[in-house]
Design a protein. Structure first.
Length: 146
């Protein structure tokens, strides 16, 4: 067995490719990268609490990202948005079993209640992205063994 030594940038690039976000040009620290990491963690851990998912994402990405890029509140915001998305999908799937007019009425009410929450999550995520424009604080020559 041979160990391959990679730089942090190479390891982060490999992780982005494995998560399927590299093709879209997204970084690991982007909301898309955090969401992909959270979905991957959920596939292994669920049923799990939101905190367990956030902890798992931070634990895995911490060696690859600087502390200003990987803040708990950013990861928590992304996981919260995913939970809201899945709740919406579950609600729609449940309501399709009922009369069509009931579905339409209930869906309109649900969207009216959910829209402000989703908008707030997206707004907070975008504000946090514009604040963290610094590059990695770690030494670029630091190596990671895979």
């Amino acid at each position: 067995m041979t160990a391959i030594i990679r730089s942090l940038d190479e390891a982060a690039e490999i992780a982005a490719e494995e998560l399927g976000i590299a093709a879209g040009g997204f970084a690991l620290a982007s909301p898309e990268g955090l969401a992909a990491s959270a979905r991957r963690a959920a596939s292994f851990l669920c049923p799990a609490t939101q905190r367990q998912l956030v902890d798992a994402v931070i634990e895995v990405l911490q060696p690859l990202l600087a502390s200003d890029e990987l803040q708990r509140n950013r990861v928590n915001t992304v996981v919260e948005a995913l939970v809201l998305l899945f709740m919406t999908q579950d609600f729609i799937a449940t309501m399709t079993l009922i009369d069509n007019w009931t579905v339409v009425f209930a869906l309109i009410l649900f969207v009216q209640l959910l829209t402000p929450m989703v908008a707030a999550v997206i707004h907070n995520s975008r504000n946090q992205n514009t604040r963290s424009t610094q590059t990695r604080a770690d030494d670029p020559n630091r190596r990671v063994t895979l």
